[in-house]
Write a protein that binds this ligand. Structure first.
Ligand SMILES: CC(C)(COP(=O)(O)OP(=O)(O)OC[C@H]1O[C@@H](n2cnc3c(N)ncnc32)[C@H](O)[C@@H]1OP(=O)(O)O)[C@@H](O)C(=O)NCCC(=O)NCCS
Length: 181
């Protein structure tokens, strides 16, 4: 799907394809260094192109997950994903969610467009509840999630430990999709 952004640029959102492996590696290496709010240290992302291609191929075959990319021209500017928490009848109504936008492209509405597409996929796949963890000081993301109806339902103290020995708490946020229509 193609969208017009606030600044007039066009954003293309589509599913991740195998040929995106290299761009995705480059993207993760940039975004991991731009923020301390993500789930790994920059040095921990070490996938080769063929490993990344295998991951994408496996993801594409898995009906319980979706991976979307946002492009402006040829540049990969955002990525998000959702996956069922478990493929068991009692858990099939729940999905985990993750999103990252390149710093220079935040605040343009890209995250919102990606989130809307994820919500549509969840609706089409009988997912009723989207769940995520967010670092408690990541105010921008928390406000972003709240604007989609996510509420804070819990907190994990010292959820992340950084290399310098400091910690960060995480909030657990949930969105009931039925309330989002
Ligand atoms: C958090 C993040 C995904 C938001 O994406 P984005 O593209 O910047 O957000 P959008 O421009 O689509 O904003 C959508 C809505 O969220 C809300 N929002 C976004 N930033 C906000 C802020 N700083 N304060 C208040 N509300 C905000 C607004 O309601 C906004 O609606 P509007 O466009 O009508 O003003 C993005 O900033 C990001 O990837 N950050 C770095 C990585 C990260 O922290 N990922 C989340 C880890 S849990």
């Amino acid at each position: 799907m193609i969208y017009k952004l606030k600044n007039g640029m066009e954003l293309l959102i589509r599913q991740t394809e195998i040929q995106d492996a290299n761009k995705l590696i480059e993207f993760f290496n940039i975004v991991d260094r731009e923020t301390k709010f993500l789930a790994r240290e920059p040095s921990e992302f070490d996938k080769t192109q063929s490993e990344e291609e295998e991951i994408i191929e496996k993801n594409l075959k898995n009906k319980n997950e979706i991976h979307l990319l946002g492009f402006i021209g040829d540049e990969l500017v955002g990525q998000c994903s959702a996956n069922r928490v478990k493929d068991r009848l009692r858990f099939r109504h729940r999905a985990n969610f993750a999103i990252m936008i390149k710093q220079a492209f935040t605040g343009l509405g890209i995250g919102g467009k990606l989130m809307r597409e994820i919500i549509s996929w969840c609706e089409e796949n009988d997912i009723e509840q989207i769940e995520l963890d967010v670092v408690s000081t990541n105010t921008r993301a928390i406000n972003f999630y709240k604007s989609f109806g996510f509420t804070i339902v819990g907190e994990i103290p010292n959820a992340l430990k950084y290399l310098d020995g400091t910690y960060a708490d995480e909030l657990i946020m949930i969105c009931q999709i039925k309330n989002n229509k």
